[in-house]
Structures are given as structure tokens and as C-alpha cells.
Design a protein around this ligand. Sequence first.
Ligand code: NAD
Ligand code: DAU
Length: 340
Amino acid sequence: MKVFITGGCGFIGSNFIRYFAAKYPRSEILNVDKLTYAGNLENLKGLEKRKSYRFLKADIANAAQMKKTFKNFRPEAVINFAAESHVDRSITKPDTFLKTNFLGVGVLLNCALEYGVERFVQISTDEVYGSVHRGKFREDSVLNPSNPYSASKAAADGLVLAYYKTYGLPVVITRSSNNYGPYQFPEKFIPLVVFNAMENKKIPVYGDGLQVRDWLFVEDNCRAIDIVLRSGKVGEIYNIGGQHERANIQVVKQILRTLDKPLTLIEHVKDRPGHDRRYALSIAKIKRHLGWQPKTSFESGFLKTIKWYNKNRDWLKNTQTGAYRSFYRKYYSKLGLTET
Ligand code: NAD
Ligand code: DAU
């Protein structure tokens, strides 16, 4: 299969490319990534040697460049991971989120239509449903996004489905819960807590820390995306949930215990505006129709992840670029936390 993968230098995209390349050695992969602060070529080290893997530094919102790339590569399938993905950044600077997460998707859809792509997989998120106090969201639940990131993803989902209904473009959408695992940029909660704890730095817990996320090991998500790519029904949406709900404060304490660090590193800071209290997904549809369910328990995925970050401290350190530092210096001072 000839697959056009966007955002393959980020966290989930790079895990997916490794998974896919190992499982289908004869597949042809083109990885298109803008290499924003979150994109890291180191995440795919080793793959450059494969003849059937290519990388192109490009912006999905650049219509002329995307058109040329589709024309040359002629993909059978597109999997769109590319996005601005961090909620806090979307609150301070929403514009790039609208451009990449909505307009960029529009550019890809136009190209997919023009060049007769057989399958377009849009990687979406459980955040489009907003927060749920009790029960779980199903694929037909009402969308109720709370922040510019999730609103841009919800808008993109609408556009993707419109291209199916209006033009018959063979699309499928996945909506997953919070992923964790190797190669996750340490602005996201789990790698941030691990990194700060290793460096004996303060750990900012937003508000009371009782917000709940449903943690999904990234490898389980890669397996689900592959199944949806091959067997998902066109025009459908599939929730992909880890089924491991944890309150943030529980996760922090578990990390500190595992790394043998004191609880005094925890610092409760001002809450995130519009902070969703709880995410929870029903995975009945993907389980019943495609036979997928998560295989990794939180305990084993969590230990694998901590071990990976411990072994790859250089990778973690290399992510601390100027762009990262300047964002956090400003952000932490707003939260009332001095960067230690
Ligand atoms: P990430 O921020 O780690 O990676 C995003 C990648 O996209 C980076 O490599 C970046 O360089 C690239 N990119 C950004 N803008 C681009 C553009 N205009 N053109 C080309 N490339 C661009 O994100 P992630 O956590 O790996 O998330 C991947 C996808 O999965 C996103 O669409 C996100 O919304 C979705 N998602 C993530 C999670 C999660 O827990 N991380 C959960 C559900 C859904
Ligand atoms: O649910 C899927 C979503 O998960 C994805 O669509 C997003 O791309 C991804 O970033 C993630 O969004 P969250 O906002 O849930 O993840 P984040 O890692 O930013 O935060 C997880 C929880 O931890 C959230 O309740 C906020 C809290 N938090 C986060 C940070 C960075 C803290 O308490 N302190 C922090 O420093």
C-alpha cells in the first residue's frame, strides 16, 4: 500500500510509522511533516535507510505544495496525524490551530479527491465531545468542544464528513483518548511529570488535580488505526479508548512513587481555562465491528513508558529547545509557578 502520512515526526505519527513499517515491510510510506517544535526527525532514526520510506518537510496548509506532492506520489491512502496538538498553546495562540487543524485538513481533502485516494483517515480526538460528568461518549454523541484546539478538531471532523456526504470521498475518522508512551513531547502531562521529577523540578498540577483522563498506550492506538485503515466502514467514526481512567493527581503520585521522588515536588497551580473535567469513551462500536480492544494495562504501559524515558534522557533533553523554553517561561509565570 502507498500511504501518505502527515505529522509522522510527532508522537503518535512516529509510533505509527514504526509500527506500520515493521508490520508491512513492502508498504511505501511518504511522511510529510512541517517539523514544528513538536516534530522531531530523531523519532524515526533508523528508518531513513529503508528504500520504501521517504520524508518531505512541508506544510499541509500549503495547497500548491500538497498538490504537487499528491501528483508525484499518487497515494492509495492518507492518514492525517498532522496537527497543533497542545491545548495550553491553543489557549494562548489559537491562530495556528485553525490554520493547520482546519484549513490544512481542507487542503488534504481537496488533494485526496482530485487524485482519487481510496481511503482518507482523519486522526481526531475524544476532546471534540467536551467533558462528561457520568457515563461515556459514543460516536453519535453531540460535539461540545471547550477550547480552541478541540474546536478546531471538531470543525475538521465536520469537514471530513462533508467530503464523504457531498463528494463520496472514502473517509474514516478515529477519535482516541489520551495517548501515552515513548516519543511524546514533554509538554504533555505524563512526559512532563516524568521529566520534571527526574530533574527534581516542581510538578505543576492544574487546579485540584481531580480531572480524569482515559489513558491509552500509543501502541494500542497504532493497532486500532491500522485496523480502521484496512477494515473501517467508509463514512464512519470510531472511538478508541484506553479504558483506564485516572485522576491527574493519581498519575502524578504513581510517577513519583515509581521514580522514588518526594510528593513535595507537587505544586497545585491555577487551573487551565475551560478545563474539561472528565473524558470517557465507549469503545463498543470498534470492539463489535472491528474486533479491537486495548491490550496494554495502564500498569504495564506506564512502566514501559517510564523505563523508555529513563533510558532516553538525551532525547528528553534535546526537546528543550528555545521555543519550548520561551513558551513555558511565560506560561508558568501566568500560572504563578516559577520555572525551577
Ligand atoms: P504532536 O504534536 O506530537 O505531533 C504533531 C506533528 O504534526 C508534529 O510532527 C508536527 O511537526 C506536525 N505538524 C504540525 N503542523 C503541521 C503542518 N501544518 N503541516 C505538516 N505537519 C505539521 O501530536 P500527537 O500527540 O502525535 O497527535 C497526533 C494527532 O493525534 C493529532 O491530530 C492530534 O489531534 C491527535 N490526537 C492526539 C492525542 C494524544 O493524546 N496525543 C489523542 C487523540 C488524538
Ligand atoms: O484526550 C485527547 C487529547 O489529549 C488530545 O487530543 C490532545 O492532543 C492531547 O494534548 C491531550 O489533551 P489533554 O489536555 O488531555 O492533555 P495534557 O497532557 O495537556 O493534559 C492532561 C491533563 O493533565 C489535563 O487534565 C491537564 C493536566 N495538566 C497538564 C499539564 C501539561 C496538569 O495538571 N499540569 C500540566 O502541566
